[in-house]
Design a protein around this ligand. Structure first.
Ligand SMILES: [Zn+2]
Ligand SMILES: [Zn+2]
Ligand SMILES: [Zn+2]
Ligand SMILES: [Zn+2]
Length: 305
């Protein structure tokens, strides 16, 4: 019963939970609380982990949320797994029926658990049932790798991703807030959806990703250059950037707000939130015989007051 004791100790440390039981389902818990009332309160961490075990679905191992089901012997099961076990309790093989485990649902409602991104620095403690919503928006949740050239599944915080881009994707890193870049491609007519170039800029103590991509806009082959901020949207809004591309006496200028890398590069590209250059114009800017793409893109990032 070590698990049980730790679990009820946790309840006892939260006085609102041991109010007189409101119904039969709660009665058991009330009795156990009395039994264990002489023991000392165990460290929070132990109690929390055993309660978590109780709320873990034995089939999918995810945390259970209402409705929590149980068999006539009291084994619990999450609502996602219930339709998949063909009315047999996966623990004892008895018929499952349609019994809600209200007691466990109420215990869950009384719990407060740390955000699952605790290891990334989130210190908030949330009631069990609002934890999921917080975690989907937690500002400490890791970012996806912003590299666009391949499906990369690496996630992490910004310093981790910066080293990952440098070491694993061999991305060019630049210090400073202004840049002068040349994109060269010997056969631009081969360019379909398959060209991505990424440069990372470090300035104002932040990191920015400059993307240059070729894609089809309807029937027209175009290039797009845009900036993404390595951080959240609310901070991205503190910055602006400008891009210029030109040649042969013509110039196209774009001014924008960097997008957070929470927005995928495809999403940004498909919303045309950047400097778009028609391929014909790009080749004209490139000069020469229009066989080679030689685009000079200059730009600047600044902080808004
Ligand atoms: Zn499950
Ligand atoms: Zn069972
Ligand atoms: Zn959090
Ligand atoms: Zn990556």
């Amino acid at each position: 019963m070590a698990t049980g004791n730790a679990y009820f100790d946790d309840l006892r440390s939260k006085p609102e939970v041991i109010d007189p039981p409101q119904n039969d389902e709660m009665l058991d818990i009330g009795e156990h609380v009395n039994e264990t009332s002489q023991t000392s309160v165990k460290p929070e961490a132990i109690a929390t982990s055993s309660v978590r075990e109780l709320l873990e679905c034995p089939v999918c191992l995810n945390a259970m949320y209402p409705p929590i089901h149980q068999c006539s012997n009291g084994h619990t099961l999450c609502s996602g797994c219930k339709p998949r076990v063909h009315n047999r309790c996966p623990t004892c093989r008895h018929e499952l029926g349609n019994i809600r485990c209200l007691a466990l649902e109420k215990v869950a409602a009384s719990l407060e658990l740390p955000c699952k991104y605790q290891n990334f620095g989130c210190t908030v403690i949330y009631p069990y049932y609002s934890k999921l919503k917080h975690e989907s928006q937690c500002s400490f949740r890791p970012y996806n790798c912003p590299y666009a050239g391949s499906e990369c599944s690496v996630i992490g915080d910004i310093p981790f991703l910066v080293s990952h881009l440098k070491d694993d994707h061999k991305v060019d890193m630049h210090n400073g807030s202004s840049f002068n870049h040349r994109y060269v491609k010997s056969n631009p007519h081969e360019v379909e959806n398959a060209t991505w170039m990424l440069t990372v800029f470090s300035c104002y103590g932040q990191y920015f990703c400059l993307h240059f991509e070729a894609f089809q806009l309807g029937m027209a082959p175009v290039y797009i250059a845009f900036l993404r901020f390595m951080g959240d949207d609310n901070e991205a809004k503190n910055y602006s950037y400008g891009l210029e591309v030109g040649g042969n006496g013509r110039k196209a200028i774009w001014q924008g707000v960097p997008r957070s890398i929470r927005d995928g590069h495809k999403k940004v590209r498909d919303s045309f939130d950047g400097l778009i250059i028609q391929r014909n114009m790009a080749l004209f800017f490139s000069g020469g015989d229009r066989k080679e793409l030689k685009l000079r893109v200059t730009g600047r990032i600044w902080k808004e007051q």
